[in-house]
Design a protein around this ligand. Structure first.
Ligand code: C5P
Length: 318
């Protein structure tokens, strides 16, 4: 049995620069994993379901035999546990790449909300790859895992790094945020909050395309990021997301609350990825009584604006 922590992420900086010939969008994004997330346990099933390819290769179920080789259970009934789940897609890709044919039961402890822009599904897929890599003893190198991850979703590659990264292309080109800039992100406390509704990523990108005018030129995206990186400005000054206008036009509850938190709470806040979750950066000197009181006020404002069903979660940039 192997258990993997599957972190959520936030996009501190997201500049979508234009549509590509393959239908995806190019972007420059600074993304950080959080200390908050899901947990994925993987356990090899007995010989009745599968067997290691060595010795029992002929009788063992093949990776492409479909449902049955891998089983997914989740404590949240809203999460689909069929073949559409990225955990099972990742497992299938791993089996295809390695020829490992054992049966595996995954148990997902779901904490990251769906449709939030917090990368839950992509993170779970990478956790599945890591778990299978450990369980199978195949020890695929990081480059091979990265190739598998990139084939599963645009946000998967970033989760292979356990640190703040800059992501480019459609999200598949990932490099660590260089020091000392990374120090201005690591350890920062954030408050995550999501309204009762989610936003589907394809919808957000499609709306952006239809609106036409929200893209940022690639050179401008790079220069904004470089300017922050080379300065000693705090994380607050990095916040940017040009998917916000498309989402805000349809869901005015989002900009309404963010404006109120900035004005009355004095915090910097933005939407994460394609939403609908947003985050506020908590004051840098965390842990004091004054800070706790200010977080209580933020929570109160969130619930006043979005109602008692709004989801709120404390977290820290990893
Ligand atoms: O890769 P992923 O499955 O996360 O992407 C979901 C959808 O979001 C894509 O089908 C596409 O419509 C949109 N997308 C995009 N450009 C990206 C990432 C996602 O257009 N870089």
């Amino acid at each position: 049995m192997v258990t993997e922590f599957s972190p959520a992420k936030i996009n501190l900086f997201l500049a979508v620069t234009g549509r590509r010939a393959d239908g995806f969008h190019d972007l420059v994004s600074v993304v950080a994993p959080l200390d908050f997330g899901d947990e994925l346990a993987a356990e090899e099933l007995g010989a009745e379901r599968g067997a290691r390819s060595s010795g029992a290769a002929d009788k063992a179920p093949k990776a492409d035999q479909g449902p049955g080789q891998f089983v997914l259970e989740c404590d949240d009934p809203a999460v689909p546990v069929d073949e559409s789940n990225l955990v099972l897609k990742a497992a299938k890709a791993f089996a295809g790449a390695t020829g490992w044919t054992a049966g595996v039961r995954f148990r997902l402890r779901k904490r990251i909300p769906l449709g939030a822009g917090l990368g839950g599904g992509s993170s779970n897929a990478v956790a599945a790859l890591r778990a299978l890599n450990a369980l199978s003893g195949r020890g695929l190198p990081e480059e091979a895992l990265a190739k598998l991850a990139a084939g599963l979703g645009s946000d998967c590659a970033l989760f292979l790094r356990r640190e703040p990264v800059v992501m480019r292309g459609r999200g598949d080109r990932v490099e660590p945020v260089p020091e000392p800039a990374a120090q201005r992100l690591r350890g920062r406390r954030v408050l995550l909050f999501k309204p009762s509704f989610g936003i589907a990523t394809p919808w957000a990108y499609r709306r952006m395309m239809e609106r036409g005018g929200d893209y940022v030129a690639p050179a401008e995206a790079e220069s904004r990021w470089e300017k922050w990186r080379q300065s000693d400005a705090p994380a607050e000054d990095l916040l940017f997301n040009n998917l916000e206008p498309a989402a805000f036009a349809k869901y005015p509850a989002l900009p309404l609350l963010l404006a109120r938190l900035r004005r009355e709470g004095g915090v910097s806040a933005a939407m994460s990825g394609s939403g609908s979750a947003c985050f506020a950066l908590r004051p840098a000197a965390g842990g004091t009584g004054a800070d706790e009181a200010s977080v209580q006020r933020l929570r109160q404002q969130i619930h006043e604006c979005w109602g008692p069903v709004a989801w709120v979660q404390d977290a820290r940039i990893g």
